[in-house]
Write a protein that binds this ligand. Sequence first.
Ligand SMILES: *Cc1c(COP(=O)(O)O)cnc(C)c1O
Length: 347
Amino acid sequence: MYKGLIERYKDYLKDIYCQNIITLNEGNTPFIKSNGLKDIIGNCNLYFKYEGLNPTGSFKDRGMTAAITKAVADGSKNVICASTGNTSASAAAYSARAGIRCIVLIPEGKVAMGKLSQAIVYGADIVQVKGNFDQALNLVKEAAKRLPVTIVNSINPYRLEGQKTAAFEICDDLGKAPDYQFMPVGNAGNISAYWKGYKEYKANIVIDNLPKMMGVQAAGAAPIVEGRIIENPETIATAIRIGNPASWDKANTALQESQGTIDKVTDDEIMEAYRLLSSREGIFAEPASCASLAGLIKYAKNHDLSGKTVVCILTGNGLKDPDTAMKRNIILKNISADINDLMDVLS
Ligand SMILES: *Cc1c(COP(=O)(O)O)cnc(C)c1O
């Protein structure tokens, strides 16, 4: 049976592979061909990597199996992270499985309900910070100097090691690397991880091409696009509501080496992509994830992608954020339990 990504890609995870792997069989997520968007994006071969189907509903599980496995192997009994939501859900789940304590710092009032409920049920110590993610991460770094805790944010290098396996899966499914990969960028760990993965597969001659890495930030939280720290980032896509990305330099390297670009999309463009993805493709992804498709739609307006193989990374599950879904114009038809009433509303 499938035993998770550390077992599957152990040849590429030699520092992490060990006897006691902490896993929920993460990874191995669906790679889905798009068939409903040709009128908008033209004739490219578009695929979605649906990371929302990881065990806690986001790609963070790839990094967390690696970070928690390593923390436990090194004897750590406490882990800590700052989170816009998904990191805390994932850290809490893998810590529960490992039987260690998990402390999460979240920006007050800015975490989607599904994510917070996960951290609660998995039994994390949850600390709400009056401040944003960047401030919470600074607190985490300070706390780790004073307490015996392992940081499991993406500044933990094992996180990126785990996350790079998503690039391997895409290549294994396609038989090559895509021409373009669009993905949301928040703290910028994931874009750095994918690029590392693609480069390792090329170095081992599993693939002979590399994709252009196309980062997408939310317009109200676009520090890399604008080349400056954003003090008060704002966007409906809370998972990428970050003003000072921890992996800024690594992301710039990925963009330069791959000859990719990074652009920003408005919340309206994100919500349009959210609507298209769910209503035309049958895929429910959280707003931050939809930034990838919004970025592709924007790019395709001025660039011909005919015949190109393009992948959009859908980083998290739409069920994480029911509030955003319920804000859409909801048209429920109400009837009594009577077949004539039913016929009336359906005619
Ligand atoms: C964490 C997260 C991101 C951003 O990833 P970074 O590595 O911080 O750039 C995007 N989408 C979702 C759903 C996330 O949970």
